[in-house]
Design a protein around this ligand. Sequence first.
Ligand SMILES: CC(C)(COP(=O)(O)OP(=O)(O)OC[C@H]1O[C@@H](n2cnc3c(N)ncnc32)[C@H](O)[C@@H]1OP(=O)(O)O)[C@@H](O)C(=O)NCCC(=O)NCCS
Length: 197
Amino acid sequence: MTPDRRIPGDWFDQPVPGNVEIHDEAYVETAFSFLLYRSQLAAGVRIGRGASVYLGTMFDVGRQGRVSCGAFTLVNGARIVCDAEILIEDYVLISWNVFLMDTYRVPADPALRRRAVIAAASGEPRRVDGHVEARPIHIKRAAWIGFDACVLPGVTIGEGAIVGARSVVTEDVEPFTIVVGNPARMVRRIEPGETTP
Ligand SMILES: CC(C)(COP(=O)(O)OP(=O)(O)OC[C@H]1O[C@@H](n2cnc3c(N)ncnc32)[C@H](O)[C@@H]1OP(=O)(O)O)[C@@H](O)C(=O)NCCC(=O)NCCS
């Protein structure tokens, strides 16, 4: 990183926010990933050694949100919606267009929802958020989330687990298992040394 926290060669002409920690050996493709970032915490996003955050990734982090991408994680264009905490451990692989959301931001009751959208219309920035409780997400070491999958609030994904493409993960995933579908269900365990799928 350059001293003014601009990413060398970035097409997006803005600096990385001051309270984002990026390891010297990490790769972040563009500061555009922080366009929706509003965390007021000391380190609202931490990106660890050897981690890669590619084009299309958006850190949509609320004022009290905190996201951590561990060492050698690979985040390939995910939408990360966080008002509490999303902890991604080392060696995790997150494929294209994955959604990780620790909050829905929008209330279930239509009367409350109406109030929230009216408030958003006069707010700066114009956003509906902070109206519902957030529940942290934890993705453990070396898990792999397939493309277009969605991980919902409160979920823990166990070490080495695989989430199939386009799955919707509503419950915790056991370590070293494969889950698929909507809602995601376990289809099998991963054998040590397995080279497929
Ligand atoms: C999850 C995945 C890895 C499983 O592969 P696999 O172990 O070879 O699993 P199989 O193909 O044997 O499928 C097992 C069962 O799950 C079903 N299944 C597999 N993937 C599924 C998915 N994404 N959604 C719904 N069902 C799925 C299969 O139809 C099969 O069902 P059946 O037993 O009723 O016939 C693979 O299907 C997948 O989703 N890969 C996406 C990887 C990816 O996103 N790569 C991007 C590059 S990082």
